[in-house]
Unconditional design. Structure first.
Length: 250
């Protein structure tokens, strides 16, 4: 897919779009399109005749809007051209052709190009900065740690407050991924502590579900990945914990 920008030594710059397919737009104007060929040849009346019914049939296709606006511009019908360009600024705000004729136009949305065309017609400047089609990074995961009494999986009052804060954060951030992982100290067998760690994570999950959360996953790691490294058989309170991760995986 490419966005063709035909710049001629004319009072008004012509912009034509040719698209062979786009994730956010179905194929609309190909390079073999009669209207597009007419634009390239400078036959703007024919281009207008070709694009008017297509744009009327699909009034929110930003490529049709730009092409028809280009024909109107070259025919001196600036009011009609500006109206279409302004609509393209709405319909084309999230449409980013991956290839453009000029490298300086890479990363520009159709909305931005339409804004530039209005400025060209009016002999003014003032479009917003180029918006590049880079999605924002996901928010960094945030951890909450819940501690347990020795050999217990029941939440303490302090733990309940931590869970409530985690739920509040998840709701405020709109998190869709919540992972709870349980741990133990090194007292007891590996198999017993793996089960205890899962029960601790499950207790946290139940409390979160009771506070309106959903899609909470649990895991248990027993005395593996100790917060405070110790030898076997050591009661270490900080190792008796469950970690709530909002927005990511541990």
């Amino acid at each position: 897919m490419s966005l063709k920008l035909l710049r001629q030594v004319l009072p008004i710059v012509l912009v034509a779009a040719a698209v062979a397919g786009c994730e956010s737009q179905s194929a609309s104007v190909t390079e073999d399109d009669p209207g597009y060929k007419a634009l390239l040849a400078g036959d703007y009346a024919t281009a207008q005749k070709e694009f008017e019914p297509k744009q009327a049939k699909d009034p929110h296709d930003p490529y049709f809007e730009l092409d028809l606006a280009a024909a109107y511009q070259q025919l001196g019908r600036l009011d009609l051209a500006e109206a279409l360009d302004r609509q393209a600024m709405v319909d084309g705000k999230d449409v980013y052709p991956p290839h453009t004729t000029f490298a300086r136009d890479n990363g520009k949305s159709i909305a931005f190009i339409a804004c530039e065309n209005i400025g060209i017609a009016r002999h003014t400047e003032g479009c917003a900065p180029v918006a590049v089609n880079n999605p924002p990074p996901p928010p960094a995961p945030k951890n909450f740690v819940v501690f347990f009494d020795f050999n217990k999986s029941k939440l303490t009052p302090d733990s309940e407050r931590v869970v409530a804060e985690a739920v509040k954060t998840a709701k405020e951030t709109g998190a869709t991924s919540i992972q709870v992982t349980g741990y133990t100290d090194t007292v007891g067998s590996d198999s017993y502590n793996l089960g205890l760690s899962v029960r601790r994570a499950s207790a946290v999950k139940s409390a979160m579900l009771g506070n309106g959360m959903a899609n909470v996953s649990v895991d248990g790691r027993g005395f593996h990945d100790l917060l405070v490294p110790t030898g076997p058989g050591v009661r270490e309170p900080q190792n008796r914990r469950a970690v709530i991760m909002i927005g990511g995986n541990p």
